[in-house]
Design a protein around this ligand. Structure first.
Ligand SMILES: Nc1ncnc2c1ncn2[C@@H]1O[C@H](COP(=O)(O)OP(=O)(O)O)[C@@H](O)[C@H]1O
Ligand SMILES: [Mg+2]
Length: 420
């Protein structure tokens, strides 16, 4: 099989590595990829959002399966454009990708499907929204409806904070069209986990659960980031929780999407709160998480490619995946200053020494080759993953690998997987 992976981060590096190991694969391409991916796949200089050029490339190069990493090409209709040319894609159509593109849509699907989620209402009118905040009181959560690069949600501790979030969205247009509607919802209490399921429109198989670490600083302090690390499995995530999520959230969502004539194919990412009344849905995303993909894929014992293909062909029923019953820890190394302003171009060495550690993988995100030197070229630059029989050992291996990397301009959190 000839496979095209779309994207350029550490998530795509992990996907390419898993796919390149498949016994089915004859060629792997990645658009646009990065220097780490170049060692495993042919790089194609097409942006992940250039749906037309990606489709042309796939058609011209006899690609059998496209595997998109990020949500942007999905929301833009990559799956639809490929389908029109008879090319399979393991990702949702634009219509099904609304599960990530609109929080209001997700809440409507959740309610129609009987999925447990925070009570909510949606508003386009500032006065009605402010009135609702006053009636409900704090704590309360205010969300821009559309894609807001992870910055559209305010978990407000006070009514004033919630009111400011409403005004920023609806009156000041801080998120443009993405904030023209706000969803205001009840504040859930519990531990957060991310659950992944591979879906074929009707059936789904569990792809693992992980906990990410969104804040930039140790002890969950400082601003939010794209993710500074992740662990799997999340402590306290039992087999019973897995069943509750698959039966109470994933399968009902698939049934409701199918009923609406927009079946969901691809990787469904359920952001959940484990509350005292069981798991409740916070949001769906329509692709693998980053750094969750880098955390879960190294635990996979099966060949993933036949399952990605089966999902894209609607024939997952009866399939299963084998996982190593181990723990996995991923630590993100970012450029100093991130998530604020940071510099590009600092040299990184020591990757080979880091990867020499047992069960260690170094995935590249924001990197670039300058002559023969690897240099930082983004905010999140490297993801160092390690697996081991216990969380403590995986953590020790991951940080030993981090310490083998020579990059004075980089930093990482020192407490990934430590607070359990
Ligand atoms: N109803 C809620 N109760 C408590 N916390 C919430 C709630 N909704 C969102 N959050 C918090 O805000 C974060 C971001 O919200 P989410 O809906 O995942 O939006 P996005 O990832 O698109 O920014 C969540 O990871 C969670 O920590
Ligand atoms: Mg989220």
């Amino acid at each position: 099989m000839r496979v095209l992976v779309v994207g350029s981060g550490a998530r795509e590096h992990a996907l390419v590595r898993a796919i390149a190991r498949s016994h089915l694969v004859t060629a792997v391409f990645c658009a646009p990829g990065n220097p780490g991916i170049a060692a495993l796949a042919g790089l194609v200089p097409i942006a992940a959002t250039d749906v037309q050029a990606l489709t042309e490339f796939a058609a011209a190069n006899a690609i059998d399966l496209v595997v998109p990493g990020p949500e942007a090409p999905l929301v833009l209709g990559l799956t639809d454009a490929l389908a029109a040319r008879g090319i399979r894609c393991c990702g949702p159509t634009a219509a099904a990708a609304r599960l990530e593109g609109s929080k209001q849509f997700t809440k409507e699907v959740a309610d129609a499907a009987g999925i447990p989620t925070a009570r909510w209402e949606a508003f386009t009118d500032t006065h009605h929204a402010l009135d609702f905040v006053r009636r409900r009181g704090a704590p309360i959560v205010v969300k821009a409806d559309g894609l807001a690069a992870g910055k559209g949600v305010v978990v407000a501790e006070t009514e004033a904070e919630a009111a400011a979030a409403v005004i920023a969205c609806l009156r000041e247009g801080s998120f443009g069209a993405a904030g023209a509607t706000v969803v205001i919802e009840e504040c859930l209490v519990g531990q957060e986990v991310s659950v992944f399921a591979l879906c074929d429109g009707r059936d789904a198989i569990f792809l693992g659960a992980a906990r990410d670490h969104k804040r930039v600083g140790d002890g969950d302090r400082g601003p939010n980031t794209g993710g500074m690390g992740a662990i799997a499995p999340p402590p306290g995530f039992t087999h019973a929780t897995q069943i509750a999520v698959m039966d109470g959230i994933i399968h009902p969502a698939l049934a409701e999407m199918e009923r609406r004539g927009t079946p969901f194919t691809g990787i469904l990412f359920a952001g959940l709160m484990l509350t005292e009344h069981g798991p409740k849905l916070i949001e769906f995303n329509v692709r693998f998480g980053d750094p969750e993909a880098e955390t879960l894929l190294p635990l996979l014992d099966s060949d993933i490619l036949p399952l990605l293909l089966a999902a894209s062909e609607g024939r997952l029923a009866g399939s299963s995946l084998a996982w190593r019953a181990e723990a996995s820890v991923s630590v993100v190394m970012a450029a100093a200053g991130y998530p604020g302003a940071y510099q590009r171009g600092s040299a990184i060495t020591g990757l080979a020494a880091a990867e020499a550690g047992a069960e260690v993988s170094v995935f590249q995100a924001g990197t670039r080759l300058e002559h023969d030197t690897l240099v930082a070229d983004g905010g999140r630059v490297l993801v160092i993953n390690a697996t081991a029989p216990s969380l403590a050992e995986a953590r020790a291996r991951a940080y030993a690998a981090v310490d083998a990397i020579d990059w004075p301009q980089g930093f990482c959190r020192r407490d990934i997987g430590a607070h359990f």
